[in-house]
Ligand binder design. Structure first.
Ligand SMILES: *Cc1c(COP(=O)(O)O)cnc(C)c1O
Length: 404
């Protein structure tokens, strides 16, 4: 059992006011809040050992390098990767996806096929469209049903000997659907295709085991797991990372450089050109420590309670329609009330100190599917409470009254 009141003390931002009201932060699917333990790690870095890594012989550089590489090992252990050099630091999920998409440019040819799901974030659609333009490959889409679940029988039908890659998010940021990635990975592998899973939305709620999943690539962002912005990771199986060409050229990613020829560094440095977000990487490790200390089973159980409670309360309000009612979902609720524009409700909620997301959530194809401009999205983390949900429901009723 989590002690939520104690946990909330770790998050300074949860104690501020917004528009004169105590902040209620329900926009966790966009970014999570940062505990003091992680903030301290960043402050400590800049206060005590800020230096560039992997180059200097001096002590500060050594300390920074050690801390950065230890964090990589923490990330490796967390995701149960076989080798630490299978963990590539990135600027976040979007960067990781682009790195893989770019690498596949040299591996694909006309007639090859890529499959994505209808539940994708824009960051998981656009890079593949660009890849298809560059290579002449074709993009296929796994359709979804009214509940916001992928239609797996249709997926089976899309797979064939031309399929080279399958891309799917583990959990949809717009609807909260947990996708059956085990099934997708197994089927894709049988067809000879590689699989990249976007874990941006799953990593805050569960602990993926990349070896058990047998996934080829897995990406996430630290800022959705209580870490800082601008850092994330790409896991890739060693054999795949060796096959992919480097993404960006620069310092740190080379073995030898001359004007005639440059040879690339080994993994993971081949993909880590330039000075990285050093404090961010170290803080990413600290964020995983923080979450693991709470325990992912306890987190999932509590967040599910919040989801069930909030769903019940919302359904009692006349005119509320919830989008995304998959059997397997996390603590994300997308909804509208009658035909009130989500933006208008979001604005009034903000006046009452409540942060929710409104709009298309970078997933316009999903909104097109439901024929709506957008939704209001409330997304919960382990530091949210039922009391906050009660306040939110009261505020929402007030907003609806004002706008009807
Ligand atoms: C947030 C998110 C992204 C993008 O993450 P960035 O940190 O902005 O790169 C991609 N996919 C999903 C499912 C997300 O929730």
């Amino acid at each position: 059992m989590l002690n939520i009141q104690e946990i909330r003390k770790d998050f300074p931002i949860l104690h501020r006011k917004v528009n004169g009201k105590a902040l209620i932060y329900f926009d966790n699917a966009a970014t999570s809040q940062t505990p003091q333990q992680v903030i301290d790690v960043i402050v400590d870095y800049y206060t005590n050992y800020n230096a560039n890594i992997h180059r200097g012989v001096h002590s500060l550089s050594q300390e920074a390098t050690d801390a950065y590489e230890q964090a990589r090992i923490k990330i490796q252990k967390h995701f149960n990767a076989k080798h630490s050099h299978e963990i590539i630091y990135t600027a976040g999920t979007t960067h990781g996806i682009n790195l893989v998409a770019n690498g596949f440019s040299s591996l694909l040819k006309k007639g090859d096929e890529i499959i994505v799901s209808a539940l994708e974030h824009h960051s998981n659609i656009v890079p593949w469209q660009m890849l298809c333009e560059r290579t002449g490959a074709t993009l296929k889409v796994i359709p979804m049903n009214e509940k916001g679940e992928l239609i797996l029988s249709e997926f089976d039908g899309l797979l064939n000997e031309h399929t080279k890659l399958v891309f799917v998010n583990h959990i949809s940021n717009a609807l909260g659907t947990i996708n059956p990635i085990e099934y997708i990975i197994e089927k894709a592998h049988k067809a000879g295709a590689a699989v990249l899973v976007d874990g941006a939305q799953s990593c805050p709620h569960l602990k993926p085991d990349v070896q058990a999943l047998d996934v080829d690539f897995y990406v996430c962002s630290a800022h959705k797991i209580c870490g800082p912005t601008g850092v994330g990771m790409l896991y890739g199986k060693e054999e795949w990372l060796k096959k992919l060409p480097p993404y960006q050229g620069g310092g740190e990613m080379i073995a030898e450089v001359s004007f005639e020829k440059t040879t690339y560094a080994g993994l993971p440095h081949k993909f880590e050109a330039g000075t990285p977000n050093i404090s961010g990487g170290i803080a990413f490790g600290a964020a995983l420590d923080y979450m693991n200390n709470l325990g992912f089973d306890a987190i999932a159980e509590y967040e599910n309670e919040l989801l069930v409670y909030a769903t019940e309360q919302l359904e009692k309000i006349e005119g509320v329609k919830i989008y995304g009612t998959a059997k397997e979902k996390t603590s994300v609720i997308s909804f509208n009330v009658n035909d009130i524009h989500p933006y208008d409700i979001g604005t009034i909620l903000d006046k009452m100190g409540i942060a929710v997301r409104t709009g298309h959530h970078c997933a316009q194809p999903i909104m097109d599917f439901y024929k709506i401009p957008g939704t209001i999205r409330a997304s919960f983390m382990f530091y949210n409470t039922k009391d906050e949900i009660d306040t939110f429901i009261t505020a929402l009723k007030k907003a609806v009254m004002m706008l009807s």
